[in-house]
Design a protein around this ligand. Structure first.
Ligand SMILES: [Mg+2]
Length: 276
């Protein structure tokens, strides 16, 4: 359990960093960044093999951030993992900075520039297939948004991965139930989501995407998988940790003002009770 406490502490710091980055830049995507914190922390600080001093090391595990607007979470995790200095986060979305609003391959630790949604899984499938052809043993992960998987392109990739039994490929759906303009269920529902992935030939684990025990257990099962690609459906909360952001689509792409920022930080630090 000691280990989770360390991951929880990291998550808290990353949530604060997400708020600082968006507040400072006066723009950005806090909602879908806050929902993905524990998923990213588990991958970078528990599961993935990588060397921050050698970001393109051949045998590294790959992670494609298909929900490319989650930069506040991704960049704060990458800096925590040692890919670049924490001070650089202060340049987020500033003119001339390499840390812009969507994930960019010019940043150490980023595999693919994304932001135009629905494309990441296709690239992840190609990477997993290439690894198999070359006899390489690394794993390929792909983080997807729930609104994003309404796009047909995702299912074409899912069909290919199932057909080819890409057992070293793991798609993780950040199922926070909310997309840019409202609830996923109102815009285009995904259910029965588990059955959909299974019918495309995937092994599916449905979990609580904020519980390290659940996340790490699902990732451990993926490590043992020999027959099928894995999909982890991670039930999460958009805006997790900040009362007035949780489940609110209005916080998909909006920065907190000074007062909201102070309140949000206090809630993350546990200094005030979350009210809503
Ligand atoms: Mg969403």
């Amino acid at each position: 359990m000691e280990h989770y406490r360390e991951l929880e502490e990291k998550s808290k710091n990353i949530r604060k960093e997400i708020l600082k980055m968006t507040h400072r830049a006066k723009s950005g995507h806090p909602g879908g960044s806050l929902s993905a914190v524990e998923l990213l922390v588990s991958l970078y600080f528990k599961k993935m093999k990588y060397d921050p001093r050698n970001p393109f090391l051949d045998k590294r595990d790959r992670l494609i951030i298909s929900k490319g607007h989650a930069t506040p979470a991704v960049y704060s995790v990458l800096s925590e993992a040692g890919f670049f200095a924490r001070e650089e986060l202060e340049t987020f979305r500033k003119l001339g900075s390499r840390l812009q609003g969507h994930v960019y391959r010019g940043v150490p630790g980023v595999e693919l520039s994304t932001g135009s949604l629905g494309q990441g899984l296709s690239v992840a499938v190609g990477m997993a297939l290439a690894a198999r052809l070359k006899g390489e043993l690394h794993r390929v992960y792909c983080l997807l948004g729930d609104g994003e998987i309404q796009e047909g392109n995702v299912w074409e990739a899912a069909m290919s991965a199932g057909h080819r039994k890409l057992s070293k490929l793991c798609a993780i759906v950040d199922y926070n139930k909310v997309q840019e303009n409202g609830f996923v269920n109102d815009i285009k529902k995904l259910e029965p989501l588990k059955k959909k992935w299974e019918s495309f030939g995937w092994r599916v684990h449905e979990i609580n995407g904020h519980k390290f025990k659940d996340i790490i257990s699902a990732l451990d099962k993926f490590d043992m998988e020999l027959d099928k690609p894995t999909c982890i459906i991670a039930n999460t909360v958009k805006g997790k940790g900040v009362s007035f952001m949780e489940y609110q689509h209005s916080w998909h792409g909006k920065a907190p003002d000074d007062e909201q920022f102070e309140k949000a930080i206090q809630e993350i630090e546990g200094k005030v009770k979350k009210t809503r």
